[in-house]
Design a protein around this ligand. Sequence first.
Ligand code: ATM
Length: 244
Amino acid sequence: MFGVSVIIDIKPILLYTQSINSANWYAVSERGEKMSGLFITLEGTDGAGKTTQIKLLEKYLKNKGYEVICTREPGGTDISEKIRKLIIDPENIEMTPLTEALLYCAARAQLVKQLIIPALKNGSIVICDRFVDSSIVYQGIARGMGADMIAELNKYATGGLVPDITFFLRLDSSAGINRKKKQAKLDRIEQEKESFHRRVFAGYIELCKKEPERIKAIDASRSIDDIHNIIISHTEETIKKLSL
Ligand code: ATM
């Protein structure tokens, strides 16, 4: 149904996919099989409103007759949800940055293999709350592990899968965390100092500049309806552009 872009660091696969149709890039599995779904991710600092927008987009696309699968990171499968608990547990204060980065990768590897790739092969639209970009900004930039190293690690975890569209809900980091603080007990990552969340925000801005084609930044202080309309218009545009 759709063309899906993917960056895979294996040249023969890229050549193979390009030769199928030189006008479009197709998502391919690790073995180079073509996929026909659409992969959308939402990113942002905590409290930016991703969950609300995912629900609205899901409803909109389902009403249009698309098969839609919503998932989240870390999580989305039984195994990945168990890993999530381990990562965000406030008691795990001894967790090293490398352990944390690898656990996010492990949860992601399971989700990609078990749920995302099969759904994309099936022609579904997959909407994922966070993906590799989160690791690049939280672990790579805010924790200081290095964006390139984290990106490289994640290529192994995902087989090189890259979303077709990423919506970055841009909300100043302290505003987001303040919203969260009013809600409930904070998890291990939310408990990080304000300077950490500021680095996350700056990391996202950097990433947006690096990949303006894929990442669409939206001012998250706008109304829910405004944001939803921007998201659906961009999604429709991408569906049209990539449709086969
Ligand atoms: P959610 O609150 O969006 O479900 O994500 C859990 C936390 O994990 C979130 N914390 N805050 N603030 C962001 C963080 N996270 C990473 O640090 N790296 C990642 O790769 C992902 C997917 C999430």
